[in-house]
Write a protein that binds this ligand. Structure first.
Ligand SMILES: [Zn+2]
Length: 255
């Protein structure tokens, strides 16, 4: 059986991503334990491990309980605020999902938090709250230059990657992106697709990195034309990617 990535819903708009075949399952960012236990019971899977992108409770809250019940390893960022048995990983490290014969690379992408990491291989990117479809995470702990550098690392990954984000925020982000580019045909078509999916209660994720590179405001801050657009819209001087990112992030915070 091929390996699948399936969303497990948690809280109101979190996704815990399950990487699994028909026997073994790893989960990314289990903010709650119960939905994971339910998922693996329904599908008759055994939990083999846990991946953590950052310390926020809606991403780690179920970890201790899952580890107690299933005795599984967890991999995550170097951050004292995470409870449980964590194997710390950072950039250049790999995580071997042995039960599935899958290897994931680690990317260090601070900005949303100062220790945020992502996991990727040649098919998938699990980016937690660093990047959303058409958006990015709030800048709780980092600063704009740091966040831009992190997003640049994501931009350098193969554009065919499927992007698995931590929250279902796409429809909201569509509104934001369209406020800047009301005439963009590509954006309009994308947002219509998302609207359809959501109307059927289907996840808008994963996205594609190629789509995000074209449409996500926070991945376009180095583009001169996009900088001009932001400058004209916000009536503030924008000369580089970092000022552009900072202006967009601040605007989005109050949108
Ligand atoms: Zn977060």
């Amino acid at each position: 059986m091929t390996i699948q990535v399936t969303p497990i819903k948690a809280f109101t708009d979190n996704y815990i991503w399950a990487i699994h075949d028909n026997q073994h399952c790893y989960v990314v960012d289990p903010g709650q334990a119960e939905p994971v236990n339910q998922f693996i019971a329904d599908k008759q899977l055994s939990l083999s491990g846990i991946l953590i992108t950052h310390h926020h409770n809606d991403h780690v809250g179920g970890m201790v309980s899952l580890q107690q019940r299933h005795q599984v390893p967890a991999w995550g960022p170097d951050d004292d605020r995470i409870n449980g048995e964590l194997q710390v990983v950072t950039e250049q490290n790999q995580v071997d999902l042995q039960a599935l014969s899958v290897c994931l690379q680690v990317l260090f992408i601070p900005g949303h938090t100062i220790s945020h990491i992502a996991f990727y291989n040649n098919d998938w990117l699990f980016c937690g709250d660093a990047l959303f479809s058409l958006g990015c995470g709030r800048m709780f702990e980092g600063h704009p230059a740091m966040f831009v550098e992190s997003l640049n690392k994501i931009k350098a990954l193969p554009e065919h990657l499927a992007v698995y984000c931590g929250h279902e925020y796409t429809q909201d982000n569509c509104r934001f992106a369209r406020a800047l580019e009301p005439d963009s045909q590509a954006l309009m078509e994308f947002c219509q697709q998302i609207k359809k999916l959501r109307a059927q209660q289907k996840p808008s994720l994963p996205s594609r990195l190629s789509t995000e590179l074209k449409l996500n405001p926070f991945l376009r801050t180095a583009d001169n034309d996009y900088q001009k657009l932001v400058q004209n819209h916000l009536k503030t001087p924008i000369n580089d990617a970092i000022t552009c990112f900072a202006a967009l992030r601040q605007w989005k915070d109050n949108f």
